[in-house]
Ligand binder design. Structure first.
Ligand SMILES: *Cc1c(COP(=O)(O)O)cnc(C)c1O
Length: 375
C-alpha cells in the first residue's frame, strides 16, 4: 500500500548511514565502545544513574522484573490498554499480572483508584505505561507504592524525552524501560534501554543481559578479563554496535523531533475541534513525548467504517490498543476480567498519523479526511 500519509515514518538521513558504515569499518559489531557511549549519553539525557542498552523494550521489562526479584507467587499490577509486551514480561518470570482499568476517556493511563483496588498480599510491583508519551499520575502512584512497599516499573516505550516536574519519565520508578522499535520516537529497528538509579538493579540486570557472566567478550578483548564465571541464569539480551550507532544519532535529534511532534498535535487539536471526536489528554501535565495521536470516535460510530474510509483517502490509521485482557491467551488464563473504562475507550480509539517529518499539507490532508470519514 502506497499511503499518502503513513502512520509513522523514520527520521533517518546521511548521519545514520555514516554512523552505521563507521561501525562496519571498525570491525567490532556486538556490544562495545559505541554501545557504552550510547548508554552513557542516554543516561545523561534522561538524568538516570545507569542505562543498559538491550535488544528491545520487552526484554528490558523482563530484566526489570527479574532484577526486582519478581517471580512465581507474586503479582504485578499492569494496565490492559497497552502493548501486550507489558504484561508478557511479567508472565515470563512465573509471576501473575492483575489488570487495572485506565483513569478515563481523557487520561488513558492507569487509574490510581484501580491500582488501590488491585493490591493484595501477593502484589509486588506496579507497571505504569505512559500512554502516547503522556505522564501517568506518578506522584499519587508513588504514594501508594511507598505505603504498600511496592516497586514501580515504568514502561516508557512511548516516552523518551518526556518529563514531568523537571524529571524525565523513566526515572521516577525503580526501573524505566524504553523501546527503539522502528516506529518509536527514537528508532534503531529493534532496540531498547533499561534505566535505573539503583546500583543493585543495574548490576543484576547487567549480568542477566549477558548469560549471568562476570565478564564479556568486550572486557576480554580489551585485556580487562581473562576468563569468566556464570553466577546466575541469564539471557542473551544484548544490543549490537550498529543499532547503538543509530541510537546515538537519533538521540541527538530527539528533543527537536519531540517539539515538532508537539506542534503537529497542537494543529491536530485545533483542526478537530467540534467534529464530534473526543481528544484525550486535553491538559497534560509536564512535557509529553507525543508518540501517538489517539482520537475517540463518537459513541456508536462504526470504527471499521471510519478506518476503511481513511484508507481510501490514503491515510494509514491504527488502534492503540486492543486491550490485553481481551486477547484469547489472556482470556483463557485470566477469565472474567472486567475493565469497563478500558473496554469502552479502546472500542472507540483510532490513532492518526504522527511523525516529525509531516508537512503542513500532510496535516491538512489528515484533518480533511477525518471530517470526510465521520459523516
Ligand atoms: C513498543 C512497545 C513495547 C515493546 O517494545 P519492543 O522494543 O518492541 O520490545 C512495550 N510496551 C509498549 C507500550 C510499547 O509501545
Amino acid at each position: 500500500m502506497n499511503w499518502r500519509v503513513p502512520l509513522a515514518d523514520l527520521d533517518y538521513g546521511e548521519d545514520e548511514s555514516r554512523a552505521v558504515l563507521d561501525v562496519l569499518k571498525s570491525r567490532w559489531l556486538s556490544m562495545g565502545g559505541v554501545t557504552q557511549e550510547f548508554e552513557s549519553q542516554f543516561a545523561h539525557a534522561v538524568g538516570a544513574r545507569h542505562a543498559l542498552a538491550v535488544s528491545n523494550a520487552t526484554v528490558a521489562l523482563h530484566l526489570a522484573c527479574l532484577a526486582l526479584g519478581i517471580g512465581p507467587g507474586d503479582e504485578v499490577i499492569v494496565p490492559s490498554l497497552t502493548f501486550v509486551a507489558t504484561a508478557n514480561a511479567v508472565l515470563y518470570t512465573g509471576a501473575d499480572v492483575r489488570f487495572a482499568d485506565i483513569a478515563g476517556p481523557d487520561d488513558l493511563t492507569i487509574s490510581v483508584a484501580a491500582i488501590r483496588a488491585c493490591i493484595n498480599p501477593r502484589t509486588k510491583a506496579i507497571i505504569i505505561m505512559h500512554y502516547a508519551g503522556y505522564p501517568s499520575q506518578i506522584p499519587e502512584i508513588q504514594k501508594i507504592a511507598i505505603e504498600h512497599h511496592l516497586s514501580i516499573i515504568e514502561d516508557a516505550a512511548h516516552a523518551p524525552g518526556a518529563e514531568m516536574n523537571g524529571r524525565f519519565l523513566g526515572t521516577w520508578g525503580e526501573v524505566g524501560c524504553f523501546s527503539f522499535f522502528a516506529n518509536k520516537n527514537l528508532s534503531t529497528g529493534e532496540g531498547g534501554m533499561l534505566v535505573t538509579n539503583r546500583d543493585d538493579i543495574a548490576e543484576r540486570a547487567g549480568k542477566l543481559r549477558s548469560h549471568g557472566m562476570t565478564s564479556l567478550t568486550w572486557d576480554r578483548h580489551r585485556g580487562h578479563a581473562y576468563s569468566y564465571d556464570v553466577v546466575d541464569l541469564g539471557y542473551n539480551y544484548r544490543i549490537d554496535e550498529i543499532r547503538s550507532a543509530l541510537g546515538l544519532v537519533q538521540l541527538g535529534k530527539l528533543k527537536a523531533s519531540n517539539v515538532r511532534r508537539g506542534e503537529i498535535v497542537r494543529q491536530y487539536r485545533l483542526g478537530l475541534e467540534d467534529c464530534g471526536v473526543d481528544l484525550p489528554f486535553a491538559d497534560p501535565s509536564g512535557t509529553p513525548a507525543f508518540h501517538l495521536f489517539p482520537i475517540l470516535l463518537p459513541e456508536g460510530f462504526e470504527r471499521r467504517i471510519f478506518m476503511d474510509r481513511m484508507r481510501e483517502e490514503g491515510i494509514q490509521t491504527s488502534i492503540h490498543y486492543p486491550p490485553v485482557h481481551q486477547f484469547s491467551y489472556y482470556q483463557s488464563r485470566y477469565p472474567g476480567v472486567n475493565l469497563p473504562v478500558t473496554e469502552a475507550v479502546a472500542a472507540r480509539e483510532v490513532t492518526l498519523p504522527l511523525y516529525p517529518a509531516m508537512t503542513e499539507e500532510n496535516i491538512d490532508t489528515v484533518l480533511a479526511s477525518v471530517r470526510k470519514s465521520l459523516v
